[in-house]
Design a protein around this ligand. Structure first.
Ligand code: APR
Ligand code: ZN
Length: 309
């Protein structure tokens, strides 16, 4: 019988060090990368906040029929095919990624430290920024649930476009709706596929309505063997990524590292109702994982990467 850790960060650290915790699974979201300067989606000031109504060019009728939250329409696959402003909305993020503007945060590094200790079984990330890979984490341990920016292809014929070629076209052909780039074109033109000429070239990211990588569904069953699930920086509102929290066994400890409590509709219980859920509190991901690192005695690991943070 696994020792019953106290339902707080210290108890989680004790459990991690006890030897009884052998398999850790992680689910991260945009809150893991805000420390790198990449806005999340739903927080005040996040990406969806910047989507002023005039950006959402989908017809009112389509929106009403789809009963979709207007901002999510931006990420809807079928609207992309009508040249919905997906590329305009993601322009700064795409070009910032090419310029390697974003650096892995302590949160990304903590997952690498778990791998170094032989504890990490899988990292499911909803993020497309690729920051996890800057830590040297084994790619086979990472599942990019919503795809990633790393590869760009035509939604029509599958033609793969080199990322730098794609960025060159984004820079010259896609309007800067945030008005931060004076060299940006006044109007957007399509990025046409050099092979089939369809205006459907985009990063291999999963839009609403698109299908997640099949590996994700195969890996869900492995979660039954988790001793600890860490959920970091996600509102847990997007399915099926959020279903990860329900695939762990009933006695699996779940550590939620998020500025506010999330996942109550998925059965996560906080405070006096908690039986196996731990909330790190109203702290940032990086603060929470730094506290954990100190409790685990992993400071040397941080000293080695200080220059990279
Ligand atoms: N520390 C802790 N929590 C944070 C931090 C931080 N530094 N920054 C943000 N958060 C929290 C926010 O309070 C919020 O609860 O992280 C959560 C981020 O939630 P979302 O913005 O909804 O991002 P995410 O959960 O990743 O979105 C899921 O939605 O639009 C789609 O495909 C997109 O993958 C994305 C999916
Ligand atoms: Zn094509």
């Amino acid at each position: 019988m696994k020792p019953r850790p106290s339902l707080d960060l210290a108890g989680t650290a004790e459990f991690l060090k006890s030897g009884a915790c052998k398999s850790v699974y992680v689910l991260t979201g945009a809150g893991a990368s805000t420390g790198a300067g990449i806005p999340d989606f739903r927080s005040p000031g996040g990406m969806y906040d910047s989507l002023r109504p005039e950006l959402i060019t989908a017809t009112e009728a389509q929106r009403k029929r789809m009963r979709m939250d207007p901002v999510n329409v931006v990420m809807k696959d079928m609207f992309f095919q009508n040249q919905f402003p997906y590329l305009e909305v993601r322009r700064p993020f795409i070009l910032g990624t090419q310029q390697q503007q974003w650096k892995a945060t302590l949160t990304h590094w903590f997952m690498r430290f778990l791998e170094e200790e032989g504890l990490l079984k899988r990292l499911f990330t909803q993020n497309i920024d690729g920051l996890d890979y800057q830590t040297g984490i084994s790619p086979e341990l990472v599942t990019n649930v919503h795809g990633s920016l790393a590869r760009v292809s035509c939604e029509g014929c599958g033609y793969e476009m080199p990322f730098d070629d794609f960025c060159a076209q984004v820079r010259t052909n896609v309007k800067d709706i945030y008005r931060t780039d004076p060299t940006a074109p006044a109007e957007s033109s399509n990025i046409n596929c050099p092979r089939c000429n369809a205006p459907l070239v985009k990063p291999n990211t999963v839009l609403f309505g698109g299908s997640l990588p099949s590996a994700f569904f195969e890996q869900l069953d492995d979660l039954n063997g988790a001793d600890l699930l860490i959920v970091a920086g996600t509102s847990l509102v997007v399915s099926p990524a959020n279903s990860v929290v329900m695939y762990v066994a009933k006695d699996c400890l779940r550590l939620i590292v998020n500025k506010e409590p999330v996942g109550q509709d998925l059965g996560i219980r906080y405070g006096k109702d908690a039986t196996r859920d731990v909330w790190a509190g109203e702290v940032s991901c990086d603060e929470a994982f730094l506290d954990l690192i100190k409790m685990l005695g992993w400071q040397d690991k941080v000293r080695k990467i200080k220059h990279l943070l």
